[in-house]
Design a protein around this ligand. Structure first.
Ligand code: BGC
Length: 286
C-alpha cells in the first residue's frame, strides 16, 4: 500500500517493534554471500537479534552450514541456500524457497561481492563483467524480488513498522577512488546511486533502502592488507582509529539498520571505516 501525503494529516506515531535484545524477533531475513566474511558476521548478528535467516552462498557449503549452526545456537531458524546472485533464475528460486520455508521476507542484506583486481590496461572484459555482474546486477536482482514481496504484503504492524528493509553492502570505495580496482570501485559507486534511487522510489510504500559502506574489515577478501605486520602497519596509515574493523562492527550496524530503531533512516550510506574516509593525510598536512 502506498502511503499518500493526504493520508497523513496528523503525524503517525511510530513505535519501534521489539526489545533491544531481540530487536528483530519474528522477522525473516535473507543475507547473500553469508558463508564468510562480512556476510557471515551480519547473518549471525541478525540471527542473534531474533531473525530467521536464509544463508545464501555460491560455494563452500560446509562454511554456510557452520553459519546456519551458529544462528540455530542463538535460537533462530536458519537454512543454507546455494545461488549465484547474478543469475536471475537462481535468485528467483531462492526467494521461492524462502517463501515456502519462512512465508515472507522482511529484511534483505545484499552482501555478496567479489574483487578481480588488475591495472586498467590489463583488465579483461571477463574481470570487468564478473565484478559488475555480482556486485551491482546481483544486488539489483535481489532488490527487485524483495520489493515485489514487500509491496504485496505491506506493513504487518506486530512485526515491523516498515513494509521491508534492504541493506546494500557497499564500500568506502563508493567514495574513495581505487587505482587497480576500477571494476570494483565502479560497482560500488553504482550501488550508491542505485540504492538512493530505489530508496526514493519505494519510500512511499514504507520500504527502507540503505547501504553500509565498510572500510578495511578483517576478512578473506583483503587478507593481503593485514596478514603480515608490515602490511598491517601500512594499512593503519589509512585508518585514523588505528585498528582494523571486525565483521561484528558491521554486524551490529546491520542489526540497527534492519530494526525499527532506525525507522526514519532511508537512502543513506552508513560508513563503518574507523575514519578511512576522513582524508587521514590531512591530519598533518594540507
Ligand atoms: C575492499 C577491501 C579493502 C577495503 C578498504 C573494501 O571494499 O573489499 O579489499 O581493504 O575496501 O580499502
Amino acid at each position: 500500500m502506498k502511503f499518500k501525503k493526504k493520508d497523513n494529516k496528523l503525524p503517525e506515531v511510530v513505535m519501534p517493534v521489539g526489545s533491544l535484545e531481540k530487536v528483530l524477533a519474528g522477522q525473516k531475513a535473507l543475507v547473500t554471500g553469508a558463508n564468510s566474511g562480512i556476510g557471515k558476521g551480519i547473518a549471525v548478528a541478525l540471527g542473534q537479534a531474533g531473525a530467521d535467516i536464509i544463508v545464501n552462498y555460491v560455494s563452500d557449503e560446509k562454511a554456510a552450514q557452520d553459519v546456519v549452526g551458529k544462528i540455530k545456537d542463538a535460537g533462530s531458524k536458519a537454512l543454507g541456500y546455494q545461488a549465484d546472485v547474478s543469475n536471475e533464475d537462481e535468485v528467483k528460486g531462492m526467494f521461492q524457497k524462502m517463501y515456502r520455508e519462512f512465508g515472507t521476507i522482511d529484511i534483505l542484506v545484499n552482501n555478496a561481492g567479489i574483487q578481480k583486481d588488475a591495472p586498467i590496461d590489463e583488465m579483461t572484459l571477463d574481470q570487468w563483467k564478473a565484478v559488475i555482474n555480482v556486485n551491482l546486477t546481483g544486488q539489483f536482482i535481489c532488490i527487485r524480488e524483495a520489493i515485489k514481496e514487500f509491496k504485496r504484503r505491506g506493513v504487518v504492524k506486530k512485526v515491523s513498522c516498515a513494509a521491508g528493509k534492504i541493506i546494500c553492502i557497499s564500500s568506502v570505495h563508493e567514495i574513495i577512488p581505487w587505482a587497480g580496482h576500477a571494476n570494483y570501485a565502479a560497482s560500488k559507486g553504482g550501488v550508491m546511486l542505485m540504492m538512493k534511487s530505489i530508496a526514493q522510489e519505494v519510500a512511499p510504500f514504507r520500504i527502507r533502502v540503505n547501504s553500509i559502506a565498510p572500510g578495511a574489515i578483517r576478512t578473506p577478501i583483503n587478507n593481503k592488507a593485514w596478514d603480515t605486520q608490515e602490511a598491517y602497519d601500512r594499512l593503519m596509515e589509512l585508518v585514523p582509529y588505528n585498528r582494523i574493523g571486525e565483521v561484528d562492527d558491521v554486524g551490529r550496524v546491520a542489526v540497527w539498520l534492519a530494526s525499527d530503531h532506525s525507522d526514519y533512516v532511508t537512502g543513506t550510506s552508513l560508513i563503518v571505516d574507523g575514519g578511512m574516509t576522513l582524508y587521514p593525510g590531512f591530519a598533518t598536512g594540507g
